[in-house]
Design a protein around this ligand. Structure first.
Ligand code: NAP
Length: 280
């Protein structure tokens, strides 16, 4: 009998998760099947009820349900509580447990490019939305020297600093971030600037130092203006494919207890995106 998993969101049609997961289930010889389900916000409670009664092994959650699903679950992991969002549900013998693998997935991908002790690294996170919160929380667990968040709306950055980071971590404006860019060994764009592929970057990159690890969590376009500019300036670039794949791989592990073939998952996503470099 097939075990059902999937993705709920609104919309979900763009998602590459079914192809990525089903190939990995098949490769591991696991009887799982992943599908996507468009769930209108008004029908979220009903969808959770149905998935529970139909015996889903678990599922992924995307926008706009990552926060609103929490009251319908039986338990929330500490990490998901701190981040304030759930992207993975596991059905443990009828008990629905909410996790967040976004931040940990991002960090795993980032670390493939970090060839210096993380304790010595000063990290700049640009943006203070949902993704930034998950990434900030997970990065703080790796204990870098400092984390600085820059955002257009500084209040949102201050909330993340208070709730997910450490006392000595800081908040600055986008303009200040641009001026002190060369201080950072790791710079991460978590804003949506770059998705339009119009050449815009979230901050001016004039002061970017060569050798900086420059990460953009956007994966479409495959290489944003931010990464293109970084490449010209001799940085080590990391696009959003690694976060997409590795958060999925962590969900896979939670549902099956096994590690998926990550290279296979990445290859599928890169092919679908028409990627022109391998991000690992
Ligand atoms: P979000 O919660 O809506 O946050 C958006 C962020 O972008 C905020 O910091 C916002 O600043 C900033 N922003 C948007 N337009 C701006 C502008 N014109 N000027 C300055 N700042 C602007 O979104 P999210 O869920 O965190 O997602 C952010 C991006 O990450 C999206 O592109 C999404 O596709 C991508 N993402 C990728 C993955 C992956 O697996 N690779 C996972 C999650 C998200 P304000 O706070 O000032 O509005």
């Amino acid at each position: 009998m097939k075990k059902l998993v999937g993705l709920i969101g609104y919309p979900v049609s763009h998602s590459m998760s079914p192809e990525m997961h089903n190939a990995a289930f098949q490769k591991s010889g696991l009887p799982f099947y992943y599908d996507k389900y468009e769930v209108h916000p008004d029908r979220l409670e009903e969808a959770v009820y149905n998935m529970r009664t139909e015996g889903f092994a678990g599922w992924n959650v995307t926008i706009p349900h990552k926060q609103t699903i929490m009251p319908y679950l039986d338990e929330i992991s500490d990490e998901a509580k701190k981040i304030g969002a759930v992207n993975t549900v596991v059905n443990e013998n009828g008990k629905l447990i909410g996790y967040n693998t976004d931040g940990a997935g991002f960090v795993k991908g980032l670390m493939r490019h970090v060839h210096f002790p993380i304790e010595q690294a000063k990290v700049l996170i640009i943006g203070a939305g949902g993704a930034s919160r998950a990434i900030g929380y997970a990065l703080a667990q790796t204990a870098p020297k400092s984390i600085v968040i820059a955002n257009r709306t500084m209040e949102k950055a201050r909330d993340i600093q208070k709730e997910c980071l450490r006392e000595h971590d800081k908040v600055i404006s986008l303009q200040e971030a641009a001026a002190v860019l060369s201080d950072f060994q790791i710079v991460i764009n978590t804003t949506s600037i770059g998705m339009k592929n119009d050449g815009s970057t979230p901050i001016d990159l004039l002061h970017l130092a060569p050798g900086t690890v420059l990460s953009d969590i956007i994966y479409n376009p495959y290489k944003t203006a931010f990464l293109q500019e970084g490449e010209k300036r001799g940085t080590i670039i990391d696009n959003g494919v690694s976060m997409l794949v590795l958060q999925g791989a962590l969900s896979f592990e939670k549902w099956t207890g096994m590690q998926p073939d990550i290279e296979l998952m990445e290859t599928i996503v890169i092919e679908k995106l028409g990627g022109n470099y391998v991000n690992r």
